[in-house]
Design a protein around this ligand. Structure first.
Ligand SMILES: Cc1ncc(COP(=O)(O)O)c(C=O)c1O
Length: 419
């Protein structure tokens, strides 16, 4: 870590920042365990305080009382669109351009396959090797499935992406915020460069939605997918979302013809006719309990100014990096995220050769982040429930772990299934 510029901060300085924080009251919307500093909302957002009541009332007053009539009476049939419409403003998209469904993986499959159908002799799917692996696996499986038609996957490094947009490329998939380093790509510029080369891009916004303002319409983005369980606070395995620009929706032919995506599912016709708009991307019966939880998670954003949210996320990340410089010098950490907040999402990663046991020892102290191979400690700064003092305390705990060599305890070296 490098020596910090400016005076040395104290915890009192940060208590004062918490007192004047315009977003401070939003913390009351979340159910957080006592004594825990939760820096993993980039993996799984916490439940809102209203979540229990919402799920309880769904059980008692909807499913438990009205049973199957709830599909009509309580709007279950339209819930995927209703939740999509709640996600839309966070993405800078129209309400009819987003639908909540399935997982990121499945939604990516549907969009890539639909775009591969349209593009004739262009047969390459272009992706960056640093994308989240599920995106690569989906592209790999899809190109294998279509292998007979000469469809191929081409993986490049981020710096080679623009040069790889050849006349054989049918579609590209990019991730806006790198899950390892938090580095942010230029959505607007890369979409335009690809469009000029005749290549539609499907963006993975898993680490963008709810983390900072996204302006899909303004930036000319045509297609995107993303996650419901991270910054959107929808709960473990929450449905993902799918976005397609309004004027392009009618031409999209998803390969997964399911009855819920049919124009008229209760006519039980033999042949498939797609529903108009985004509903065509539904496949089977939507998971109502999970969609209701996602809708409740999204309510934590009600009344939130996303520009103010991003200012605080950037400030928390900057503070973390500064305190790491000041208080972790000599302990072997190196920042893996850009120091300039404009170049990252709301996650900051540090490298450490003993990253795994260090993170486990930190979690044992009540500061929850996560670890990614080979040496990355990831910290997410979700501004709706984190305070400036939490950043101070988290860095202090990290210092203690190293100073007392707590990570040498053998129990912290045992690998869990989820890291
Ligand atoms: C960028 C990115 N894409 C996709 C996923 C996972 O997608 P799925 O919802 O299909 O599990 C993750 C999970 O962490 C992710 O970080």
């Amino acid at each position: 870590m490098t020596a910090p510029a400016g005076g040395v901060l104290t915890r009192e300085d940060l208590l004062e920042r918490d007192r004047t924080d315009p977003l401070a009251s939003f913390r009351d919307r979340f159910q957080l365990p006592e004594g825990v500093i939760y820096l993993d909302g980039n993996s799984l957002g916490p439940p809102s305080v209203d979540m229990r009541a919402r799920i309880g009332s769904l059980l008692a007053a909807e499913w438990g009382r009205d049973l199957i009539a709830s599909w009509n009476r309580h709007g279950w049939f339209r819930l995927p669109e209703r939740v999509g419409a709640r996600i839309a403003p966070l993405l800078g998209a129209g309400e009819d351009e987003v639908i909540a469904a399935d997982s990121v993986s499945l939604n990516l499959f549907k969009l890539l396959a639909a775009l591969l159908r349209r593009t004739g002799p262009r047969r390459v799917v272009l992706a960056e090797a640093s994308n989240f692996p599920t995106d690569l696996y989906i592209a790999e499986g899809l190109t294998r499935l279509l292998g007979g038609s000469g469809t191929k996957l081409r993986l490049v490094a981020p710096e080679d992406f623009e040069g790889a947009l050849g006349s054989d490329v049918a579609v590209a998939t990019l991730t806006q915020v790198d899950f390892r380093t938090g580095r942010k790509r230029d959505l607007r510029r890369l979409t335009a460069v690809a469009k000029d080369a005749g290549v539609p891009v499907v963006w993975d916004l898993s680490h963008s939605a709810g983390a900072f303002p996204v302006r899909l319409n303004e930036d000319g983005v045509e297609f995107a997918v993303g996650c419901g369980y991270k910054y959107l606070n929808g709960g473990p395995g929450a449905p993902g979302f799918l976005y397609a620009a309004r004027e392009l929706q009618q031409a999209l032919d998803t390969p997964l013809y399911g009855w819920m995506g049919h124009r008229s599912p209760f006519d039980f016709e033999v042949g498939y006719r797609p529903a108009p708009g985004m509903r065509r991307f539904l496949t089977g019966t939507p998971p109502i309990l999970s969609l209701a939880a996602l809708e409740e998670g999204l309510r934590t954003f009600e009344g939130v100014d996303m520009d103010a949210l991003w200012r605080k996320a950037a400030a928390l990340g900057d503070l973390f990096l500064r305190l790491a410089d000041e208080r972790l010098a000599g302990f072997g950490f190196e920042p893996a995220s850009p120091r300039d907040a404009r170049e990252r999402g709301s996650q900051v990663s540090l490298r450490h050769p003993e990253g795994y046991p260090v993170m486990q020892a930190l979690i044992a102290r009540g500061v929850v982040g996560d670890f990614r191979e080979p040496d990355l400690l990831r910290f997410g700064f979700a501004p709706l429930y984190l305070r400036y003092r939490d950043v101070w305390d988290a860095v202090g705990a990290l210092r203690e772990v190293l100073a007392r060599e707590e990570h040498q305890d053998p129990r912290f070296r045992r690998r869990n299934a989820v890291t």
